[in-house]
Design a protein around this ligand. Structure first.
Ligand code: BGC
Length: 766
């Protein structure tokens, strides 16, 4: 009873008891409503709004999943019929998962030509890493640290999707995560807020371009607001409980940057944050996003997340969930059927202020105007363009380029890589080496199965060597998860002996192992994060036959590969690289492309170290050898060090850092310069990284934080002076009130090719 209060409303002749949410049904304050009229779009939006009935307004806030074979017969019963009726009555503002010019035109035509006001639909789709032509998973792209390439990747994805009738992508996912067990780490930019922030901006710019009204740009969506990547124990949809410092310094920055880059939509999240489901959080949606940050686009809910507030045991029923969601600042309901069924009566009963509906609808209409949908609702619907653009050479080239840039060389003892191009016998082993679907990764709903270039095909393009392929063993696929995996014989070792024979007869063995593309992603959390099935055993068995192994990993998350790191001479992180995967990997293996990727997420030694991340805090119990070995912050069975730190990655050449100079120009400007030299024999690229440590502060600060990087290409023996500038944005932090401050004191800088860089200097800020 303390949570809710009840209103008695007299309706007609009957007195009825109506419940309105209480404590958290805060209505918006002045600065959270849509900014006042400033341009002609606002005038148009207002004019249209004035003509809309309450039901029509609520219809704009309703988004349905594609619900029938739109080019087939009209459904007469079931859910689909109901949705179809709503579409015809103008009670649907958006649809998702309708794709292809023909299908989109069918639904758009109903909205535009058959409803009273003819308001066009906005068509959404998860264009996460490519559309039909698939680019590397976002975590892999982040490993490139190449913002221009990442922007281009988003741009070509937008172009391909737009050519298929899509107006809006539910990307980028900008959730930070420190837990490799979480399946959706594949969809983000890793663990670091600085890198993730720059990547968020690049992706938003890539999708949206400079002019949203062009037919080859689409609206982007920063998701999932907020905390979704901090699910307890890495279990998808699980509880999130984070303190203010982590919220403001780690989780919010990429979202804020996306807003500042002009992202037109946000998506809220399935998770609760500190006791309030994100979908019902006024603090997040109204106070921070629409209030403090002044966001003027719209907030879509995550799939069914209004209803999930009931499962969270926060709302008692759908009506109350709808009330909480709208009052908290959600503008569009994805698949909860809550707004369309409940909002009108909530308004009539005085539980929801109609001004909040008006505000939500204005935001949605504004984005539709910006996309140019009112000028021409069919502008994205051109079969000739669709045919020309989808899968075009230009797009294939862009995803191949991105794939090569995403590869990280983790180990290369005795220069076993690059492979020689002639006269070698190579054994290629592993189910993933011959898989044309797995490289497409997890979010590839518009792509066709079997359309990726496999590693086998990529290597077959190099004809100077003898190549023998053996599967060895199967991998666990996402489609065969528990309990179905019990019926799949993933423990089958019958392929081992052929693999061993191939290895025995080879000069070099290339093994492609890891996890299937559908074994990471949404709902694909894992409690063990090693090679799946019997692949580890396969690796160890083949190793006994031939130690000259190049291990190519295919995976959507950091894996625990400590044994491989100890024994296998060369390890290449090949992620899930998309349509051109096999070509990219082969070009790196053969040295036609010198890898320069750096890990965007720490690789743990074992799963017990997780969450493990480089920008952690100090403790009161660091190792003090003088005090003995037991009572300090550590494990007794594994060291505190990761297997591979954040920012780590090798090249076929080597780099040296020297001449570190720090100059405090003013209290708001510190310059750090360093000399970077290519000390090896081939041309290569290096990501020079700058880390900062605020030694003492009013709240404890991380041991180091990335505050600058530069991707530099150098010829052998060539040097370059790199200069980083630190100013207000890099020197400060958010305090426990969410206020950004810069404090005087001593700072340390570390510069090098990974987060464990040792070249260091100090400066004082007065
Ligand atoms: C995911 C979102 C996605 C939506 C629509 C949800 O399950 O969490 O990220 O955009 O589905 O497909």
């Amino acid at each position: 009873m303390k949570k809710f209060f009840y209103l008695m409303i007299i309706s007609g002749l009957q007195g009825i008891l109506v419940s309105c949410g209480g404590a958290n049904a805060k209505s918006s304050n002045q600065n959270t409503v849509y900014p006042k009229e400033v341009d002609s779009i606002d005038l148009k939006v207002n004019a249209l709004l004035a003509r809309m009935t309450l039901e029509e307004k609520i219809g704009q806030m309703n988004q349905y999943n594609g619900f029938w074979d739109v080019t087939g017969p009209v459904p007469s019963e079931g859910d689909a019929a109901h949705k179809y009726e709503h579409l015809k009555k103008g009670l649907v503002g958006s649809m998702l998962n309708v794709k292809g010019v023909k299908e989109v035109r069918e639904v758009q035509k109903i909205a535009v030509e058959e409803t009273r006001l003819g308001i066009p639909l906005i068509i959404g789709f998860d264009v996460i890493h490519g559309y039909k032509t698939i680019s590397p998973i976002p975590l892999a792209e982040a490993a490139s640290w190449d913002l221009e390439a990442i922007k281009l990747s988003a741009q070509v994805a937008a172009e391909e999707a737009a050519a298929s009738g899509i107006n809006w992508t539910f990307a980028p996912m900008v959730d930070i995560s420190r837990d490799a067990r979480w399946g959706r780490v594949m969809e983000g930019a890793g663990e670091d807020p600085y890198l993730a922030t720059l990547i968020a901006v690049a992706r938003v710019q890539g999708f949206q371009g400079d002019d949203l009204s062009l037919a080859n740009t689409i609206a982007a969506c920063a998701k999932h607001f907020v905390g979704y990547g901090f699910a307890e124990a890495g279990k998808d949809y699980n509880t999130v409980d984070v303190g203010t410092l982590t919220l403001y310094n780690v989780l919010l920055p990429p979202f804020k940057a996306a807003k500042e880059a002009g992202v037109r939509t946000f998506m809220n999240a399935f998770n609760e944050l500190n006791g309030i489901p994100a979908t019902g959080s006024t603090f997040l949606q109204r106070d921070i996003l629409k209030g403090e940050w002044g966001f003027d686009g719209f907030m879509v809910t995550d799939w069914g997340s209004i209803n999930e507030m009931i499962a969270h045991r926060y709302a008692e029923n759908r009506r109350q969930a709808a009330e909480f969601a709208i009052n908290a600042g959600a503008d569009m309901d994805m698949e909860s059927y809550a707004f369309v069924n409940e909002l009108a009566s909530l308004v009539k009963d005085g539980c929801v202020d109609e001004s909040l509906i008006d505000d939500a609808v204005k935001r949605i209409l504004r984005v539709k105007y910006e996309l140019g949908l009112f000028d021409d609702p069919y502008k994205y619907l051109n079969e000739t363009v669709e045919k020309e653009v989808i899968g075009s050479k230009r797009i294939q080239d862009a995803v191949l380029d991105m794939a090569k840039k995403s590869i990280v060389l983790l180990k290369n003892e005795n220069n076993i890589l690059p492979l020689k191009k002639n006269g070698q016998k190579i054994a290629l082993i592993g189910a993933l080496a011959n898989d044309k679907t797995s490289p497409l990764g997890s979010w590839r709903i518009a792509a066709d199965d079997e359309t990726a270039i496999s590693v086998l095909e990529g290597m077959q393009a190099y004809t100077g060597n003898t190549l023998i392929y053996e599967k060895g063993a199967d991998v666990v696929t996402g489609e065969t998860l528990f309990p179905k995996e019990l019926t799949l014989n993933i423990s089958d070792k019958s392929g081992f002996s052929a693999a061993v024979t191939a290895a025995e007869n080879a000069d070099v063995v290339v093994m492609v192992l890891g996890e299937h593309g559908l074994n990471s992603g949404e709902g694909r959390s894992r409690s063990e994060i090693g090679l799946t099935g019997v692949q580890q055993e396969l690796l160890e068995t083949v190793y006994k036959a031939n130690k000259n192994i190049v291990l190519v990993l295919n995976n959507g998350r950091p894996l625990t590969i400590e044994w491989a790191d100890e024994h296998i001479p060369a390890i290449v992180e090949g992620w899930h690289l998309g349509t051109q995967s096999g070509h990219a990997i082969a070009q790196v293996l053969y040295g036609d492309y010198n890898p320069s990727g750096k890990l965007p997420m720490t690789f743990p030694k074992n799963v017990g170290q997780v969450p493990i991340y480089y920008n952690h805090k100090s403790t009161g119990r660091p190792l003090d050898p003088g005090q003995g070995e037991v009572f300090w912050s550590h494990y007794t069975d594994v060291s505190n060090a990761p297997l591979y730190p954040f920012g780590y990655g090798l090249s076929y050449t080597s780099f040296g850092y020297s001449d570190l100079k720090v100059e405090v120009v003013s209290n708001d400007k510190v310059t750090v310069s360093v000399k970077l030299t290519n000390t090896g024999d081939v041309k290569g690229k290096e990501v020079a990284q700058l880390y900062l440590r605020d030694e003492f502060a009013s709240v404890t600060r991380p041991v180091r934080e990335l505050k600058g990087f530069e991707l530099v290409e150098l010829n052998p023996k060539e040097s370059k002076i790199i200069t980083f500038t630190l100013s207000h944005a890099e020197l400060g932090f958010y305090d426990n009130n969410g206020k950004y401050i810069v404090e005087p004191g001593t700072f340390s800088v570390f510069v090098g090719g990974s987060s464990d860089a040792t070249l260091t200097s100090k400066f004082e800020l007065k």
